[in-house]
Design a protein around this ligand. Sequence first.
Ligand SMILES: [Ca+2]
Length: 192
Amino acid sequence: MNNEVNNRGLLVLAVALVIATSSVAAAGGNVLVNPGFETGDLAPWFDQTGLPFVTADEANTGIFSVAAFGGDSIRQNFAAVATEDILEVSLSIKRLGGPFSSYTFYYDDGSTTDELINGIGDGDDWLFFNITEFLDPGKSLDGFSIFGTSSGPAYLDDFVILVPEPSALLLGVLLLGLGVTRRKRRAAGSTA
Ligand SMILES: [Ca+2]
């Protein structure tokens, strides 16, 4: 039994080292927190200009979205991630007449790129926009902001800045290892 636990412990250690030294060691998934405003609050987004507000009047998914007019912009900052590691940047917007939203990518070298979503005439319902191709190659993204539209408001929801997940198999083995470590610690504690 002890040998089995030790062997599993060594395996776990090896896997953990592989994960730690892998280029996808960082937590995967959406780098944005509260990407669909389902906390009912803006944070950790913040109002960069104007008074954008979280509302239950409209939602692409869930209950909430953020409502913003042309002078309102929301921004979220995060740990820098290389643009070549970003799988997708996307969002959904609803506005009568179609959205017309300026947005900005912020990079850790202090540079920015401003782009425009022009969905005017594309309808009055939720529209999905994939803006991944507008990232600057060779840079590291550490912030994103976007304006609403006047007349409006424009409703914005389901923001995604997607980075790769660690392999589900490796993650499973790592979690198994954490369980083994915890049992060993408990066993050690009980003999003390
Ligand atoms: Ca939502």
